[in-house]
Design a protein around this ligand. Structure first.
Ligand SMILES: *Cc1c(COP(=O)(O)O)cnc(C)c1O
Length: 375
C-alpha cells in the first residue's frame, strides 16, 4: 500500500530526543525551542517567532492578540482548514466567507472589499498549497480600511510571493508542524510576529497570561498573572524533533520539489487530454512544494478516480469540505450556492501521495496508475 503521507525521520531525530530527555528540561522553552525560534527568525527574516503546540493554537493566539470578540466579523476563505475560522469563532467573532480564485484556489482578493463593513476587524488569508495569495492587493485593501492581516501559512513555509517569504506579509502569521506538513514533529506550530508591537503580549498569552518570559530574561524579579492566556508551549522533546527536520531544510525542500516536478512532467499530457487541471503557479510565486493536487472534471469522476487508485493500493485524498456548507457554516447563515468556486473546486480536487521519503518506484507506480485511469 502506498500511503498518502508518511512522517519523515531526520538523521539527528532520535539523538535530539535523547538529549532533550537527558537535559532534565523536557518542558517548553529550553535549548531546542530557542534553536527552532532562531531558525525561523533568521531564515525568514521575522522579528519574532514563537514555537507553539500546533498551528491551531497559533491561530487562537492571533485572535487573542487582535482582541477579536462577539459582534466582530473576520474576512476569511471558506476553502480552508477548520482551524483558520475556529480561532476567532471561539472568541465570538463571525466569519465573513469570501469565495476563491479559480486558478490558485486562494481567497479572491477582488471580492474582499465588498465584504468589509463597520464590524470587520481582520482579514485571515490562507496560502493554499503554499502558493501565495495576491498579497499586494490584500495589503492595499487592509491598509485602506485599517485592518490587520493574519496569514495561515500552514502550507507555505519557504514559499515566496514576489520574492518575499510567505508568512512575512501579515501582522501575524502561523505555521504548522503537524505530521502531514513539510517539516514536522507530530504536533507543532509557530506564531510569526511581523509587527513587533504584538511580541510582548504574545509571550504573555503563550505563558498562561503571565510575564514569565520577562522574568527569565531578568527584566523583572518575580512573575505574575497580567493578562488572559493559555499554555501554548511545546515540549523540548518535540522541539528537538522539529529542529532535526529544520537542519535538513535544503534536502527536504529539494526532495519535495523533485517529487512535485516529476508528477507534473509525467501527468501534464494525460491531464490535458482528460480535462483535468494541474496546479497553477503564477510566475511571481515560488511555491513551497507542500502538495500535488489535481482538479478532476467533476465529483463523480473524482470518486471513481480515488476508488481506482485504491484498487491499485494507492491512497489519494480530497479536501476541504467548504466551511460555509458545513453544519456550523449554516448556523452562521450560509447555504450551498453562496460561494460557487469554493463548492466546485472542493468537489473536484484530489491529492496524490506526497512525502519526503516517497521513493522513485513508489512514485512511478502512482504515475502509472493515474495514466491508466480513463476519465
Ligand atoms: C494543518 C493546517 C492547520 C492546522 O495545523 P495544526 O498544526 O494541526 O493545528 C491550519 N490551517 C491549515 C491551512 C492547515 O493545513
Amino acid at each position: 500500500m502506498i500511503p498518502f503521507n508518511k512522517p519523515y525521520i531526520a538523521k539527528n531525530e532520535f539523538d535530539y530526543i535523547r538529549q532533550a530527555v537527558e537535559s532534565s528540561h523536557t518542558a517548553g522553552d529550553g535549548v531546542f525551542t530557542k534553536k527552532c525560534n532562531q531558525f525561523l527568525e533568521s531564515t525568514f527574516n521575522v522579528p519574532k517567532a514563537l514555537l507553539t503546540t500546533n498551528c491551531t493554537h497559533a491561530l487562537e493566539m492571533a485572535a487573542l492578540l487582535l482582541d477579536l470578540k462577539d459582534g466582530d466579523e473576520v474576512i476569511t476563505p471558506s476553502f480552508t482548514f477548520v482551524s483558520t475560522v475556529n480561532a476567532f469563532a471561539l472568541r465570538g467573532a463571525r466569519p465573513r466567507f469570501v469565495d476563491i480564485r479559480p486558478d490558485t484556489l486562494n481567497i479572491d482578493e477582488k471580492l474582499i472589499e465588498s465584504a468589509i463593513n463597520s464590524r470587520t476587524k481582520a482579514i485571515f488569508v490562507m496560502h493554499y498549497a503554499g502558493v501565495g495569495c495576491e498579497m499586494d492587493e490584500i495589503l492595499r485593501i487592509a491598509r485602506k480600511h485599517g485592518l490587520p492581516v493574519v496569514e495561515d501559512n500552514a502550507h507555505g513555509l519557504f514559499g515566496k510571493y514576489k520574492g518575499q517569504y510567505l508568512g512575512t506579509f501579515g501582522q501575524i502569521a502561523t505555521q504548522s508542524f503537524h505530521e502531514t506538513k513539510n517539516f514536522s514533529c507530530g504536533e507543532g506550530g509557530a506564531l510569526l510576529i511581523n509587527d513587533p508591537s504584538y511580541a510582548e503580549r504574545a509571550e504573555i498569552i503563550r505563558e498562561k497570561g503571565t510575564n514569565r518570559s520577562r522574568f527569565f530574561r531578568g527584566q523583572i524579579d518575580k512573575y505574575t498573572w497580567v493578562d488572559v492566556g493559555s499554555s501554548y508551549l511545546p515540549s523540548e522533546i518535540l522541539a528537538g524533533v522539529l529542529f532535526s527536520h529544520f537542519e535538513e531544510a535544503d534536502f527536504i525542500q529539494n526532495k519535495r520539489k523533485q517529487v512535485w516536478e516529476t508528477y507534473q512532467k509525467h501527468l501534464q499530457g494525460w491531464a490535458d487530454e482528460n480535462d483535468v487541471c494541474l496546479p497553477f503557479i503564477p510566475d511571481y510565486c515560488e511555491q513551497s512544494y507542500h502538495m500535488f493536487y489535481m482538479l478532476m472534471p467533476d465529483l463523480d469522476t473524482r470518486g471513481a478516480f480515488i476508488q481506482f487508485l485504491k484498487s491499485r493500493d494507492i491512497l489519494s485524498v480530497f479536501h476541504y469540505v467548504p466551511l460555509h456548507t458545513a453544519d456550523m457554516g449554516r448556523i452562521y447563515g450560509y447555504q450551498a450556492g453562496d460561494l460557487p468556486n469554493t463548492e466546485t473546486y472542493s468537489d473536484r480536487l484530489v491529492r496524490l501521495p506526497f512525502y519526503n521519503s516517497l521513493s522513485d518506484d513508489e512514485q512511478s507506480r502512482v504515475i502509472q496508475a493515474v495514466l491508466d485511469f480513463k476519465v
